[in-house]
Design a protein around this ligand. Structure first.
Ligand SMILES: C[S@@+](CC[C@H](N)C(=O)[O-])C[C@H]1O[C@@H](n2cnc3c(N)ncnc32)[C@H](O)[C@@H]1O
Length: 368
């Protein structure tokens, strides 16, 4: 993939762009094998090299008349990346119209060096059909009336299923705040494999939907082999693993901190599947051991599970555990903290080509 931003040294996010993709994948596989003691590895799942990102997090800078959508440089000024080759076409095509919206609605880009302005980020997610969810992250609600006024024009130009405003008042490198106001729609349906996952603002969704689909299929296949009668999906988001693992006669419980994600997941939950809003660490600790699941799926943020949850899972003694990790370092540490579970096999899913980021799925079984 050739990238004019990389060549001009404007963006270096794709660190390994100059390395041919097959070599990148071989190196990433070698790195995870070195870090993790897993006896058997399936061949890595490759990504498309470009146009795979279904989620864009664009920092807004510059001026009302000439906003930049992209990243900040070292001095806190904006670098426009609206032509980034990683975004799927629906996102790529929508960004110029969103830049025009910033100008029309007089949304002053937030200036980090001056601590002034209103619009901080545009968060855009696309589904397989090109439908979009737009979230505008603002410093305050000052611009809300102007956004509402110009929204009908935007809705007639772009395939937006959901538009919301998120208020992030702090001067800190925090992507979004707690307060969210829906302006249009509520849910973006995300078709994945044979399912549709309901995505709402303030809910996590994997960035590379095609590779995520392969990850969920793999989890479903491995779960099918061990045939659990009950499953916990910890850190479940909108229920990607829970929904793929649901089967007749199998009880599935998803646990997730985001109430928005849980509410959406619960609405489309099949029979015998339920979603609980809460902290996975305390939820597992509070379960009656008699109700423990045969198979536990975990998919934590980069920090991993941590010692308390590892200890609770050891005590719970599930027959199998599926660990989906975006950070081999915390994964290796967590596996060491659960000596009662033995890694059986693993697979690398390359969600983030051109970078060192590795998403790994490992199947573990209880040592007898
Ligand atoms: C890597 S995402 C995984 C989401 C989901 N499994 C999927 O496939 O899309 C991690 C999720 O953990 C949630 N989370 C973070 N801390 C948590 C906690 N202490 N307890 C439960 N969920 C948590 C986040 O909100 C996020 O949805």
């Amino acid at each position: 993939m050739r990238c004019e931003y990389f060549e001009a040294d404007l963006c270096r996010s794709c660190t390994h762009l100059r390395t041919p993709y097959d070599e990148q994948l071989t190196a990433k596989q070698a790195a995870v094998e070195e870090r993790l003691s897993v006896p058997t590895w399936l061949p890595p799942v490759a990504s498309a090299e470009e146009r795979f990102r279904t989620k864009a997090k664009m920092v807004v800078a510059g001026t009302v008349e000439d906003p930049t959508l992209g990243i900040l440089d070292a001095a806190g000024g904006g670098t426009d990346l609206r032509g980034c080759h990683l975004h799927v076409p629906a996102i790529h095509d929508a960004l110029p119209r969103l830049a025009a919206f910033v100008t029309n609605a007089r949304l002053t880009p937030y200036s980090v060096p001056e601590r002034r302005g209103e619009l901080k980020h545009l968060l855009l997610t696309a589904n397989r059909d090109g439908r979009l969810m737009l979230r505008l992250v603002l410093r305050s609600t000052e611009a809300l009336a102007r956004i509402r006024k110009h929204l009908p024009d935007l809705l007639s130009d772009l395939p937006l299923d959901v538009v919301s405003v998120n208020v992030q008042p702090q001067h800190a490198a925090v992507l979004e705040g707690e307060h969210e106001e829906l302006l249009h729609g509520a849910t973006l349906p995300m078709p994945v494999n044979d399912l549709v996952l309901p995505l709402r603002p303030q809910s996590f969704f994997q960035t590379n939907t095609d590779v995520a689909a392969a990850l969920y299929r793999q989890a479903r296949e491995w779960a099918g082999e061990v045939a659990p009668s009950s499953v916990w999906d910890l850190y479940c988001g909108v229920g990607g693993f829970a929904r793929h693992l649901a089967a007749p006669g199998r009880r599935v419980t998803g646990v997730e901190l985001s109430e928005a994600a849980v509410a959406a997941a619960q609405e489309s939950a099949p029979e015998d599947t339920r979603f609980v809003a809460g902290d996975a660490v305390t939820w597992v600790r509070d379960q009656d051991p008699a109700d423990a699941a045969d198979l536990v799926v975990v998919n934590p943020p980069r920090r991993g599970l941590g010692p308390d949850l590892c200890a609770s899972l050891e005590a719970t003694r599930p027959a199998h555990l599926l660990y989906s990790s975006c950070n081999p370092v915390s994964l290796a540490r967590d596996l060491e903290a659960m000596p009662g579970l033995r890694p059986v096999r693993g697979r690398l899913f390359d969600m983030f080509p051109h970078t060192d980021h590795a998403e790994v799925l490992v199947l573990l079984e209880r040592r007898t």
